[in-house]
Design a protein around this ligand. Structure first.
Ligand code: URA
Length: 278
């Protein structure tokens, strides 16, 4: 037999959850909220802009994803306060960007991760590598590519005379997706303005995009990695002095599973080496 929930029990549940008022203390202009894309919420005073992520932590609202998607082409003035695009555009240094990501709460993925995996290597390097998202080991250490695929990435970089002192490494998504699943397109879209700003601030000579997720996100192309790899593209963004040559190659995790593809990855790396020599 079904037991009906008594209304008093529901009210008690609300009370215990801290809901003891049905009205806010301050009047709110809800038309203004709507105008701001249903996104703007009052920021708590003295909270730095980067840390004032106003998005609900329980879901990625479609508006957030849509706005984040346009982060590449949006100037800060045109971006809605509190969105990823606005926060990222307001970061003048890598340290500010790291702080902004640490304070951002617009992506539920972050709550499940133990830390923000920002980057590793030399931000002055000519080469910036971009992977998909941290795995278990990266989540534990707070550094990108430190697990098995990171060890292969180190060897790949070594094959063209690079290491973490002469390359810079980041991911499209800086938080580990639960159970190492792929980040969803919406999760990638929310993170993209941060990644674009990250690239702008590093301003490398060359981008190496590791795997399909990084290639499609950065190049804004729907093709798979087999079509995108081994060709030069350009990454452009309003904060860059000039477009950056970008080359996609196979993700080291794929190469661990498919060693016969290493031959093509090696060719891709030689293209990078040639480009750097120019
Ligand atoms: N795979 C990635 O794409 N990034 C990491 O940091 C680790 C594994």
């Amino acid at each position: 037999m079904k037991s009906a929930i008594h209304p008093i029990d529901i009210l008690r549940w609300y009370l215990e959850a801290g809901v003891d008022e049905t009205m806010g203390e301050q009047p709110m202009d809800r038309y203004a909220v709507t105008r701001a894309g249903k996104e703007a919420r009052p920021r708590p005073p003295q909270t730095p802009p980067a840390a004032a992520g106003p998005h609900p932590a329980t879901a990625t609202p479609p508006a957030v994803a849509a706005i984040a998607r346009h982060g590449n082409s949006e100037h800060r003035d045109g971006a809605i306060p509190g969105t990823a695009a606005h926060i990222a555009a307001g970061c003048a240094t890598l340290a500010e960007l790291r702080t902004a990501l640490d304070g951002f709460d617009g992506l539920p993925l972050k709550q499940a991760a133990s830390c923000t995996v920002f980057a590793d290597g030399n931000p002055e390097a000519a080469v910036m590598c971009i992977g998909e998202a941290p795995g278990q080991e990266e989540d534990r250490q707070g550094l990108p590519f430190v697990g098995p695929s990171g060890r292969l990435l180190d060897r790949m970089l070594g094959s063209i005379g690079l290491d973490r002192g002469s390359a810079y490494i980041a991911n499209v998504v800086p938080w580990r997706p639960p159970a190492n699943r792929k980040p969803t397109p919406d999760e990638v879209a929310v993170c993209l303005p941060f990644l674009s700003r990250h690239i702008e601030l590093v301003d490398p000579q060359v981008l190496i995009l590791l795997g399909g997720a990084a290639a499609t996100a950065v190049l804004a192309k729907a093709d798979g990695i087999n079509r995108l790899r081994g060709k030069w593209f350009e990454f452009n963004s309003p904060g860059l002095p000039r477009p950056i040559p970008a080359l996609a190659t196979f993700h080291p995790a794929y190469l661990l599973r498919t060693p016969e593809a290493k031959r093509e990855a090696w060719r891709d790396l030689l293209m990078v080496m040639k480009k750097l020599a120019h």
